[in-house]
Design a binder for this molecule. Structure first.
Ligand SMILES: [Zn+2]
Length: 564
């Protein structure tokens, strides 16, 4: 059977191969021998799942390219827009220390947490540590570093050379009054250090310099959990705690000057910036959110004007919060990478972002447990399927590093994350060793996935600690009394020792079935008795996992407590 490459990363990889073929036919000279894939990141807030997903998904495309071609050395750039000016302050940020730096490039704002050389460096380090935790092979690139080290100089010179054509393309969509003052250049004021309040007053192509005046102003939004003077109160969503929103005016210092376009004294505005990057590095592939379709079209035209070839890419849909509001970094709705990794194993995040990028997805903490269980299902399937099917399994992409190391991954257990959370609840423990001991007794193969299960236990403990549903134990309704007698009798007899979860489940089933009792009601009654909830894992799995004698003792003590 020949392998059919059906998963979406192969489709994307094919679009790269078509681009390379077109370039070859046209006899175009490439900037780089290697294929270059790029992702973008704005370091104005903590890395969001959306940021992470772009790198993860692009990495999946690179893996697919490796599978379909001999391009096994493609580079993935994680590009941080850290020369962008700080235009506001999001929730959770120390606004007292940040506000005096509003309007400056993020890379020039001191780190309010005192750990890195700048605010941007702090956020960049966060992003890198998450990417490293996942084992991605990427090259981090700071925009400010590219500008200041001269990497962008050749491209910036091109922009001056093709100034008129670039201007014409960019002002096409603008209103007349905006078109008049438009400039691709955002000089950093030599006096106050801001690059958001300067206005270009002349472009001098003869010596590639620009004149500017620092007389602009803008309103910056500061969001805070603390109450502030003159601040308005808002809510990100219903039931969430209110935050305070303060608008503050940022004003230029009045300085005028003239600086070269090269050397890092200025940056270029967003669409031109994107084009500059594509041009300089010869980027072959970049995906982007649907809000950037227009920007990408303009940037592609600009690259052509500069004499380069724009990348191919995919448009992806947004993550929304549980109220279907788009997730915003400043409001902090949705889930940060840090939060996800606290409540779910890293593989579950890879699984979640792998799923159909062109469909919008809801993202909130309850999704983490679901994604973990779906990940386990794909992992189990991967362990038993043929190679031809494996190449289209999400596991093939999200666990490539582990597969390369161990040659094989799988999951031959029926221990779900949901069950684990139930067990943690019943055990009432916060000790991972106690849970692991129980798991190992239940599944002698558990140690094969020791690392993963340990991580699942850590996350289950955190979930129960922070979101544990309220439990209310109830005695079974009278009609189920006889079935409970039968089942308890079976457990007490010791027959169940050495029986499988399946066999114990069959006996639980028969206990009600033989007495012609409704099965749904019977299992629900048992969950209410054992877990204090309406739902739970299969009873056979529960008993097998918790232990036969332990289950008898648990049932007896619950019945005694409830004076049954
Ligand atoms: Zn200034």
């Amino acid at each position: 059977m020949s392998t059919e490459y059906k998963a979406w990363p192969y489709r994307e990889a094919n679009s790269i191969l078509e681009k390379l073929e077109r370039e070859q036919k046209a006899g175009l000279k490439r900037k780089s021998e290697r294929v270059i894939l790029e992702t973008g990141y704005g370091p104005s807030g903590f890395p969001h799942v959306g940021t992470f997903s772009e790198v993860a998904r692009t990495d999946y495309v690179r893996q697919a390219l490796d599978a379909l071609s001999d391009h096994d050395d493609a580079l993935l750039y994680a590009f941080s827009d850290d020369m962008d000016g700080m235009r506001g302050i999001g929730l959770g940020m120390p606004h007292e220390t940040l506000s005096e730096h509003l309007g400056k490039p993020l890379s020039d704002v001191p780190d309010p947490f005192g750990e890195h050389e700048s605010f941007a460096a702090h956020m960049n380090a966060k992003l890198c540590s998450f990417l490293d935790a996942f084992g991605f092979d990427y090259e981090f690139k700071s925009s400010a570093e590219q500008y200041r080290s001269g990497v962008f100089d050749e491209g910036l010179t091109r922009i001056v050379e093709h100034y008129d054509a670039i201007r014409e393309r960019c002002i096409k969509e603008l209103r007349e009054e905006n078109a008049e003052t438009w400039s691709p250049f955002l000089p950093t004021c030599e006096h106050c250090g801001r690059n958001t309040t300067t206005r270009v007053t002349g472009v001098h192509t003869e010596d590639a310099t620009v004149s500017y005046t620092c007389d602009g102003r803008f309103n910056a939004k500061i969001l805070s959990w603390e109450e502030m003077d003159r601040a308005k109160m808002k809510q990100a969503k219903k039931d969430s705690p209110p935050y305070w929103e303060l608008k503050t005016r940022v004003q230029g210092c009045g300085h005028s000057g003239r600086i070269p376009v090269t050397g890092g004294g200025l940056k270029v505005g967003w669409k031109v910036d994107w084009a500059l990057r594509w041009y300089t590095f010869g980027v072959d592939y970049e995906m982007y959110g649907k809000d950037l379709i227009e920007s990408a079209t303009v940037a592609a035209d600009l690259v052509r004007i500069m004499g380069g070839e724009p990348p191919v890419g995919m448009v992806y849909e947004w993550f929304n919060d549980e109220n279907n509001q788009s997730i915003s970094k400043s409001k902090g709705n949705g889930v940060t990478v840090e939060t996800w990794l606290e409540y779910g194993p890293v593989e579950s995040l890879g699984w979640f972002v792998y799923q159909s990028p062109e469909k919008s997805k809801k993202l909130f903490t309850a999704k983490i447990a679901q994604a973990t269980d779906q990940f386990l299902k794909d992992r189990a399937r991967y362990g038993v399927e043929e190679e031809a099917d494996r190449v289209n399994n999400p596991i093939h992409f999200i666990e490539q590093a582990r597969i390369a190391e161990h040659g094989q991954v799988g999951y031959a257990s029926d221990l779900t994350f949901g069950t684990l959370m139930n067990m943690v609840g019943v055990l009432g423990t916060d000790d991972p060793a106690v849970v692991w001991e129980m798991v190992e007794r239940y599944d002698e193969d558990a140690s094969k996935n020791r690392e993963l299960i340990h991580d699942m236990i850590r996350c289950a403990l955190a979930q129960v600690r922070d979101f544990g549903e309220e439990v209310r134990y109830e005695a079974p309704p009278e009609e189920f009394g006889p079935a409970l007698e039968v089942f308890l009798g079976y457990l007490r007899s010791g027959e169940a020792h050495g029986e499988t979860a399946e066999e114990i489940q069959n006996r639980a089933y028969a206990a009600a079935k033989d007495l012609e009792l409704p099965l749904g009601g019977w299992f629900k009654a048992m969950y209410r008795l054992l877990l204090g909830q309406d739902r739970g894992p299969r009873l056979g799995t529960f008993v097998s996992l918790y232990g036969v004698d332990e289950s008898v003792a648990l049932i007896e003590s619950r019945l005694a407590e409830l004076a049954y």
